[in-house]
Ligand binder design. Structure first.
Ligand code: AMP
Length: 400
């Protein structure tokens, strides 16, 4: 954010992809709040802010006649709340690009804010189309990308647009900077011991992450549905638990790589098992590798909670991605809660903790522990790809 914003028009890509209820009221404004420091900074520095974002997936949820549902996916619904948060009247352009958008942008004065309509109303956005990006770029002198949540997509407004601004005319916003700094703190020379807690549904979604983590962590705690593929690969009986049969070999390879590198992988010793996948299923707690036919592991058990928590409390650096069980159902949320508490406690003792990835973030928020960990990432897929070591197109575009 080392740009001179005074008297300049600044095109700012934000992630305002917030959940709306059926009356188009925002139900969680975290993403909007996360972008406020950048917007306020530019306004204070004498700039005029032109905001652009996507909202939902309008190209996937077309009207019956094949047209865009402009009502449902309009960013206009955000204006009243933005007015409140910024304490000023935010202008709205019904066009994302075009004559009118240009007119509004041209008339914008320092200290004023203009929000452009949903970038995804145009197919060209996801295609990373140059002409569309050039039209967006023509609205402003400077470009700031603060949308970490979409930094892994090479879209027009997150990536292509940046090529129309010289190196000295573009920058990350504060949120992007923070996300990158925190992820780098974990990836580069973290204080040891380093523990990664990985959960969620499937091994297949996190193969690259697990493989990369084994290169530098000391402890790897594996929970959630993905643990049962590892347990089965080791010869355990996991009943009807979620197993990816085609990933059994891979699970063994990861276990071997970890053993070769002296990384300890912890699988849940015990599990809360259920006779069906339902909130009111019959439940018991059993050893995870002795789950009988017809039953399935839906959460880590008390022994596992205790063992995982002990490892977490000994750690100096902690990454948490993915829930330990089907935490959306109260009967299977205890494992995830115990881990959230342990991460908060370790942080209080001085550990650096990064919570990244959609569902573990939701869990930490649900429990009101977001302030008690070091950093909660706003970008699910983007953070995952960053941690996997991929170069995110939205980040590269600012550097080149
Ligand atoms: P992910 O998006 O990969 O982080 O996965 C999150 C999802 O995994 C949540 O919706 C959980 O309900 C689900 N999940 C966690 N543990 C289990 C389990 N043991 N069996 C089935 N699904 C699970």
């Amino acid at each position: 954010m080392n740009l001179d914003f005074n008297n300049k028009k600044v095109l700012v890509r934000v992630d305002f992809n917030v959940p709306l209820n059926d009356k188009y009221k925002i139900t969680d404004d975290t993403r909007i709040r996360a972008a406020l420091p950048t917007i306020k900074h530019i306004l204070k520095a004498g700039g005029a802010v032109i905001l652009m974002s996507h909202l939902g997936r309008p190209q996937k949820k077309l009207n019956e006649d094949g047209s865009i549902n402009r009502e449902k996916f309009s960013l206009q619904h955000l204006i009243p709340h933005l007015n409140k948060l910024l304490r000023k009247k935010v202008q709205f352009s019904e066009e994302t690009v075009g004559k009118n958008a240009k007119k509004l942008a041209k008339a914008l004065q320092p200290g004023e804010v203009l929000l452009l309509e949903n970038t995804r109303f145009h197919k060209e956005e996801a295609a990373g189309d140059e002409a569309f990006a050039k039209n967006l770029a023509s609205l402003a002198k400077l470009y700031v990308n603060d949308a970490f949540g979409t930094a892994h997509r090479a879209h027009a407004s997150t990536t292509t647009v940046a090529q129309f601004f010289k190196a000295k005319a573009k920058s990350f916003g504060f949120l992007m900077q923070k996300e990158i700094e925190n992820a780098n703190r974990l990836l580069h020379d973290p204080e040891k011991p380093v523990t990664a807690i990985i959960g969620g549904a499937k091994v297949s979604d996190k193969i690259l992450l697990l493989d990369r983590l084994i290169d530098f962590v000391d402890h790897l705690l594996v929970g959630g549905g993905m643990a049962y593929t590892f347990l089965k690969a080791q010869g355990g009986n996991v009943g009807n638990s979620l197993v990816e049969e085609d990933k059994l070999d891979l699970a063994l390879k990861l276990l071997k790589k970890a053993a070769d590198k002296n990384v300890k992988i912890y699988l849940p010793k015990d599990s809360v098992i259920a006779d069906r996948f339902a909130a009111d299923a019959k439940t018991e707690t059993k050893y995870s590798s002795r789950i009988r036919k017809g039953w399935m592991g839906l959460d880590i058990g008390e022994k596992a909670q205790k063992e995982f928590s002990e490892v977490i409390l000994k750690s100096a650096t902690i990454l948490w991605n993915g829930p330990m069980g089907v935490f959306e159902m109260p009967a299977f949320a205890e494992g995830t809660k115990a881990i959230a508490k342990a991460v908060a406690k370790a942080t209080k003792k001085g550990a650096f903790s990064l919570v990244g990835g959609g569902d573990s973030v939701a869990a930490v928020n649900q429990m009101g522990l977001a302030e008690e960990v070091s950093y909660v990432s706003t970008g699910g897929g983007a953070m995952l790809e960053f941690l996997e070591g991929k170069e995110l197109p939205g980040i590269k575009a600012i550097h080149t």
